[in-house]
Design a protein around this ligand. Structure first.
Ligand SMILES: Nc1ccc(C(=O)N[C@@H](CCC(=O)O)C(=O)O)cc1
Length: 477
């Protein structure tokens, strides 16, 4: 009998061209939150071709879907993302900033790879179930709107993950490591001010400026910063400035706030204080304000027992080999970084999973090392809606190197590397790691017992409460 590693590697070798085409096709059709119709269609077609049973409109979201194969225990969820970021249009495989479409979208977080690496895993697990005729179900989750949308949180609100025995996912990165840390919980909220328009010169005394209210609110929040916990973050984008005419008093203006902290109770408290500031700004300007929650997500709670199973698979694979061309290109990418970005490169990996041994990357342009598994309770300086899955079912995620050391996410550098051979290698490796993790559990189902005990212990005193209120619906940017 072939060992599972050779089995998975040979399946993914046979599917390599298809998977690379799927990823590159998604990359070429960057779509933002809840408008990912083409990206969804690409993944849908691939799942259908591979014999998965498809379900559409999951949780009532038109770009959320599942593909299922097999039957019975255990039910293994594989999470795929495929949304892009606004304003990051960029040519692929170059070493200078060059938008394809000015103002267009781009895959600045590598979700073309994420969704496809997860597809690779689902296919390999399906083949394994089929080959061995054993009990077990693999379910691919097409999860839209991770960037600023918390698609999985909306899905979790409708209970779509509750039947899973475990969930696995990964994230494109500069490193190969477990994501063995928490993440920031957040609330994203619209503050919409309404005033009175007037001729800005002839009758300014009759006008009440909604834009003034936005500006005063922002000033108030900027004073609040000193009095919140240091690991909390508050960002804002003015999403409606009230128009382009300085000679009209702006009667409508809107600002979108993203409030984050490692603990949801702190997010809620800062949110309460930000609301007070908004009311104060409305009072100062004699405008009115309406407050609307846009989305929210929880903090990530990895399952340590499951992480150990995944880490064992991650570390036993041979290091990825890179050609001299790949290393030269990575060096070119490294040299696009400013001196302060270079200094930050080895520091920042420490807060994303490579806690104790970020220095292993010193002098490397591409990572061929696996960082030590080091479970930490601290939050990475970012958020992910994988968090809301982790509150519902045992969840683990790893990172695989898909780009040059030092590449910051949400940048043109990340977009341009998303269609390179290095990105494809990392993506296929991610599929291999997730598939081997699932197969290990299918072969040794007793491992699930300790995984489940940990999950039950952790959440028995604070069961999942979806942070998105029942009446909030997912919406496009
Ligand atoms: N492994 C990762 C998972 C998510 C992210 C990330 O950047 N997420 C967005 C999500 C924002 C949101 O929740 O609205 C962020 O933190 O800004 C980064 C690495």
């Amino acid at each position: 009998m072939v060992d599972s590693k050779s089995f998975v590697e040979s399946i993914l070798k046979a599917k390599e061209n298809m998977l690379v085409n799927v990823s590159d096709d998604i990359w070429a059709h960057p779509e933002t939150r809840f408008e990912e119709t083409q990206s969804k269609a690409i993944l849908w077609q691939a799942l259908s071709d591979e014999g998965f049973t498809l379900e559409d409109d999951v949780a009532g979201i038109s770009t959320a879907f599942t593909g299922t194969f097999g039957s019975g225990y255990p039910v293994i969820g594989i999470l795929g993302e495929f949304d892009a970021l606004a304003d990051l249009s960029q040519e692929g495989g170059v070493s200078h900033p060059q938008p394809i479409t000015e103002g267009g979208h781009g895959h600045g977080c590598g979700h073309n790879l994420l969704g496809t690496g997860s597809l690779a895993a689902a296919i390999a697990i399906k083949e394994y179930l089929q080959e061995n005729g054993i009990s077990g179900t693999v379910q691919y989750f097409g999860c839209p709107g991770e960037e600023g949308g918390s698609g999985k949180t909306f899905m979790a609100r409708e209970g779509v993950f509750s039947h899973l025995d475990l969930a696995l996912t990964w994230h494109p990165s500069t490193t190969n490591s477990m994501m063995s840390l928490s993440s920031l919980a957040n609330y994203q909220v619209k503050f919409r001010f309404k005033g009175v328009s007037a001729h800005a010169a002839a009758a300014p005394h009759l006008g009440r400026s909604a834009l003034d209210a936005v500006e005063l609110m922002n000033v108030g929040v900027n004073y609040l910063r000193e009095h919140i916990k240091p690991d909390a973050r508050v960002h804002y984008a003015t999403t409606n400035t009230g128009g382009y005419s300085p000679n009209v008093v702006q009667a409508n203006a809107e600002v979108l706030y993203l409030i984050r902290s490692p603990k949801m109770e702190d997010v809620r408290d800062i949110y309460r204080r930000v609301c007070n500031i908004a009311e104060g700004a409305a009072q100062m300007t004699e405008t009115s304000v309406t407050i609307e929650i846009d989305k929210a997500c929880s903090n990530y709670m990895p399952n340590r027992e499951l992480e150990k199973v995944m880490y064992d698979q991650l570390k036993t694979l041979d290091p990825i080999e890179y050609s001299s061309e790949e290393i030269d290109y990575a060096k070119d990418m490294w040299n696009t970084l400013a001196p302060n970005e270079k200094l930050d490169a080895l520091e920042s990996v420490k807060s994303f999973g490579a806690f104790n041994d970020g220095d292993k990357l010193k002098g490397k342009y591409l990572s061929d090392v696996v960082h030590d598994y080091a479970p930490f309770d601290i939050a990475m300086p970012g958020s992910t809606d994988v968090a809301d899955v982790s509150w519902n079912v045992p969840t683990a995620q790893c990172t695989l190197a898909t780009c040059a050391v030092g590449t910051p996410i949400h940048t043109w550098q990340m977009v341009t590397q998303g269609v390179t051979s290095v990105a494809h290698k990392g993506m296929l490796r991610a599929g291999t790691v997730m598939a081997l993790t699932a197969i290990d559990i299918l072969q040794s189902p007793e491992k699930l017992d300790s995984i489940k005990i940990e999950h039950e212990e952790k959440f028995k005193d604070h069961p999942y409460e979806c942070p998105i209120p029942a009446d909030v619906q997912p919406s496009p940017l």
